[in-house]
Design a protein around this ligand. Structure first.
Ligand SMILES: Cc1cc2nc3c(=O)[nH]c(=O)nc-3n(C[C@H](O)[C@H](O)[C@H](O)COP(=O)(O)OP(=O)(O)OC[C@H]3O[C@@H](n4cnc5c(N)ncnc54)[C@H](O)[C@@H]3O)c2cc1C
Length: 439
């Protein structure tokens, strides 16, 4: 019988299984724990939270808050479980982690048409009539990785992420920053933060003294070879940065007519041009340290960090090359990918993509077209980012307003603007839900 197979009972796989099973079609969910443990999970429960117990803000003027509201509207099991097992955490939605996974596990076992198989998927036989959703997460087992590599036919897998911080353009002090491309070649696409010698030395000193995230046992250095964090480059000598990622050559400051001692370049990260990345700043500094040290860069004193830099072991695929807008393999439309391995980052983001893949897998098996919630929703914006980002610069992304299309009108007040994004997002998801009910 035509079946939906889901690999991985984490945040994404559990949500996908619930959504697919609601259709009444046969669904099989494979989870390797406890037969084969992962290096980070501690239990045999579904949707285990491997680290923090927070699912971030619940406020609607926050991108994570909007994403959760969209999931609530679409009857998410993960949100249902979070609300049932909530613990006090101010504006955030935090949970009792054991009760949370227990809740999800119980709900999944109660679904008649969902079969749960405790085994490691290594070399699945994919029949053309069936649908498969791979949601095996950032620590996908080695054997399955080999299979996926052969499925793609190209080395389209990443084994760690090395994302540089992103800042909002409106928070930059443009009286200090200038737009220019090196040697004036092409358009002045980069925003340049000039440093004199004193500023550079102060920044360098703070950088080499800043506190870093400790590597987990399973994050041996081999995973990070070929990608040196900015703080490690700095530690090699006082001038390494000024001759490396901060080299000022060909970047004359129009205000002084001179070449600065060093320059930090910012590169546009989204079409709306309100999100900029710090070029060459892959880092594993603690988040508060990133804010403290990177705010010493001229022009970034009041920068709003929309994403901090991260470097951790993380298996993810080259989604912009491999996946269509519904997270199906472009070359095999009966294979979906969901969760962290698609290049979204975070518990909720992972669950959200599982939700859409579960809905669309069921639609497809019933002979219906998959439906996208569209970029005006946070969910659709995340999926759009992951499948349309420049493949050369693709790094995992969490929910931020900066990846959504700009509003029709310019709204200066940030809080008001974010509320308007949320209002538009909720409307988009309401429309999506109505479409799902009709078609
Ligand atoms: C150490 C660590 C700390 C993190 N901390 C946070 C945090 O604090 N906040 C946050 O938002 N995000 C955090 N993340 C990211 C987090 O993992 C994801 O946000 C989220 O768990 C991803 O959901 P997922 O469903 O894609 O993967 P997971 O939740 O990891 O689920 C994948 C599942 O697939 C199973 N599996 C793997 N291979 C196979 C196979 N071959 N066959 C069958 N089953 C398989 C695994 O056992 C696992 O249960 C952290 C990640 C790591 C590794």
């Amino acid at each position: 019988m035509m079946t939906i197979h889901i690999v991985g009972g984490g945040l994404a796989g559990s949500e996908a299984a619930y959504q697919a099973a609601k259709s009444g079609l046969p669904v099989v969910l494979y989870e390797m724990r406890p037969v084969k443990p992962s290096p980070a999970h501690k239990s045999d429960k579904f949707a285990e939270l491997v680290c923090s117990n927070s699912l971030k803000s619940n406020n609607l003027d926050n991108a994570a808050g909007l994403l959760k509201e969209e999931m609530r509207i679409l009857d998410s099991l993960i949100i249902e479980a979070a609300e049932a097992t909530r613990v006090p955490a101010g504006q955030a939605l935090a949970v009792d982690r054991e009760a949370f996974s227990e809740y999800v596990t119980r709900r999944l076992y109660s679904l008649d048409n969902l079969k749960i198989v405790r085994e490691e998927v290594i070399n699945p036989k994919i029949e053309a009539d069936d649908i498969w959703i791979f949601a095996s997460g950032p620590l996908t087992s080695e054997s399955l990785l080999g299979y996926l590599q052969s499925l793609f036919g190209q080395p389209y897998l990443h084994f760690f992420d090395a994302a540089a911080p992103l800042v909002s353009r409106e928070s930059l002090d443009m009286s200090k920053i200038y737009a220019a491309s090196r040697y004036d070649k092409g358009d002045p696409d980069y925003l340049n933060c000039p440093m004199n010698k004193e500023e550079y030395l102060q920044f360098w000193q703070a950088l080499v003294e800043a506190k870093q995230v400790e590597l987990k046992e399973f994050e041996e250095e081999k995973y990070f070879q070929g990608c040196v964090p900015i703080e490690e480059l700095a530690a090699r000598g006082q001038d390494t940065l000024a001759y490396g990622p901060l080299k000022p050559k060909g970047l004359i400051d129009p205000k002084t007519g001179e070449t600065p001692y060093a320059v930090v370049q910012l590169r546009q990260d989204n079409i709306a041009a309100d999100l900029y990345g710090l070029v060459g700043f892959q880092t594993s500094l603690l988040f508060p340290e990133q804010k403290r040290v990177f705010s010493l860069i001229p022009g970034l004193e009041k920068a709003e960090f929309l994403r901090y830099g991260v470097m951790h072991r993380n298996t993810f695929i080259q989604s912009p090359i491999l996946l269509d807008e519904h997270f199906r393999l472009k070359t095999k439309k009966n294979i979906f990918f969901a969760g962290q391995m698609t290049g979204v980052e975070g518990y909720i983001e992972s669950a959200a993509t599982g939700l859409i893949c579960g809905i669309n897998a069921a639609r497809q098996l019933k002979g219906q077209e998959p439906l996208s919630p569209g970029q005006h929703s946070m969910l659709g914006a995340l999926m759009h980012y992951a499948t349309n980002c420049d493949p050369k610069r693709f790094q995992p992304m969490n929910a931020v307003f900066g990846i959504m299309p700009p509003l029709a009108e310019r709204v200066r007040n940030k809080r008001q603007r974010y509320s308007m994004y949320s209002k538009r997002g909720i409307e988009a998801i309401e429309e999506y839900r109505a479409l799902l009910e009709v078609k």
